[in-house]
Design a protein. Structure first.
Length: 248
């Protein structure tokens, strides 16, 4: 990734309502499984913002395939970082309490292999936490510019995780309250004039007051997830546990 893009993305992660609201929501799930000193490996950490966020839930290290991203992130985060690919992680088997892959596996050709790798490095009794984009009919500019291979339905992601040998604890859509708005925008773009070069959804700016509302709506879903499984949404999350003994 280019330095200019990384700088822009770092600012988005800091200030954009979607990133801020998502962190609040993810925190309600992490509270269930993390603890001080927990060994956490975050895959595809990008600019380092998620590593800093994960410090509240344990002792994270980052794995990213981009040396440029790691060089940039080291200027913004003090956590350990290593170069590695989700398809062959440079981490010892059964050595990690929590493995996180936030919006990562939709980028790879063989997502089943990627999930097996997440499970391999997780210790028995430990957890794997995954998020992905949902529903093929929501395919849009963001998927193109982010080089996504696919979007997921709940059953599809659940089958991938179960086939890897992990036990699903929570599997739910999220970004549900804003789903009608997002769906309307993306479907409307398809019905409009032929677009030029695709632009990221994050290029759409909203007033500060509205940004706060959107952030609050997304973050508030975390409280709903404590009790319920949401029936639809722009994204999916899966929290899974590795069963078995350390010798497996």
């Amino acid at each position: 990734m280019e330095q200019a893009f990384l700088s822009e993305y770092a600012e988005l992660e800091r200030s954009h309502w979607w990133f801020r609201g998502r962190r609040t929501l993810l925190g309600t799930v992490l509270e269930r499984v993390a603890h001080p000193g927990a060994r956490i490996v975050d895959i595809g950490f990008g600019t380092g913002a998620m590593l800093t966020f994960l410090e509240a839930y344990g002792a994270p290290i980052g794995v990213d395939r981009s040396p440029n991203a790691i060089a940039f992130a080291r200027g913004h985060c003090s956590r350990p970082m290593i170069v590695g690919d989700v398809m062959q992680l440079p981490v010892r088997s059964a050595s990690v309490d929590l493995v996180t892959a936030f919006d990562v596996i939709e980028h790879v050709d063989d997502d089943a292999l990627a999930i097996r790798e997440l499970g391999r490095i997780c210790r028995p009794g430990g957890h794997v936490f995954i998020t992905v984009p949902a529903f093929d009919f929501l395919w849009g500019n963001q998927d193109v510019v982010s080089h996504h291979r696919r979007r997921y339905r709940r059953r599809q992601l659940g089958e991938r995780v179960a086939q890897s040998g992990l036990h699903v604890l929570k599997l739910t859509y999220f970004n549900t309250l804003l789903f009608p708005l997002v769906a309307a925008v993306r479907m409307g773009r398809r019905l409009g004039p032929a677009p030029g070069a695709p632009r990221s959804d994050f290029s759409m700016r909203v007033p500060g007051s509205m940004s706060k509302v959107l952030e609050g709506l997304l973050g508030a879903e975390g409280r709903l997830l404590k009790r319920w499984r949401l029936p639809f949404g722009v994204s999916l999350l899966c929290l899974a546990e590795r069963k078995g003994s350390a010798s497996q």
